[in-house]
Design a protein around this ligand. Structure first.
Ligand code: ADP
Length: 172
């Protein structure tokens, strides 16, 4: 299958999504926060926080794997997106690194169905069109070289996010 055949869009709450792993847009402490991070911790239960505490944090652009506990997904891959500071502080490279590191970690653990939220596009303020273009570029690039990954879903929490992914996928 071509890379694009293995990319899906879904709408709604990623905590309800039954992939092999869902991705969390975490912060460097890995100790929970607002937005999707808070929702994932609430849905997974306190065991997730306990495991994250043992990991001891994660630098921006990197990724860490935990179990999913009470989530439908058996694993969570936590990644820390960059805070948008105007675009000349390496934000685009760091966001691309998030996608690459999540996909590499998933591949190493043979997690073949992955669901991403739109990392950094909430309180971290990354412009949506740029963020979705980076997400689509990195996922396509990865799928072109990795036959093991069966499906990557972008879970869209609003119509604006879903429209941005559609444009990115259409190459606009
Ligand atoms: P960041 O700090 O990386 O910006 P946020 O959690 O504030 O993280 O937002 C990241 C994206 O996740 C935003 O586009 C937001 O709309 C989306 N989001 C928030 N809650 C959920 C959820 N339950 N499921 C999927 N996406 C979500």
């Amino acid at each position: 299958m071509t890379p694009s055949d293995r990319i899906r869009l879904a709408t709604g709450d990623i905590t309800r999504f039954a992939a092999d792993a869902i991705v969390n847009a975490a912060n460097t402490s890995l100790l929970g926060g607002g937005g999707v991070d808070g929702a994932i911790h609430r849905a997974a239960g306190p065991e997730l926080l306990a495991e994250c505490r043992r990991i001891g944090g994660c630098p921006t652009g990197e990724a860490r794997l935990t179990k999913g506990y009470r989530l439908p997904a058996p694993y969570v891959i936590h990644t820390v997106g960059p805070v948008w500071r105007g675009g000349d502080r390496g934000e685009e490279g760091l966001l691309a690194a998030c996608y690459r590191n999540v996909l590499a970690l998933a591949s190493r653990h043979v997690l073949r169905r992955i669901a991403f939220p739109a990392i950094s596009t909430g309180v971290y303020g990354f412009p949506l069109a740029r963020a979705t273009a980076i997400a689509v570029t990195e996922v396509r690039r990865f799928l072109a070289t990795d036959d093991g990954m069966a499906e990557v879903t972008f879970v869209c929490f609003s119509d604006a996010i879903s429209a941005a992914y559609r444009r990115a996928l259409a190459g606009e």
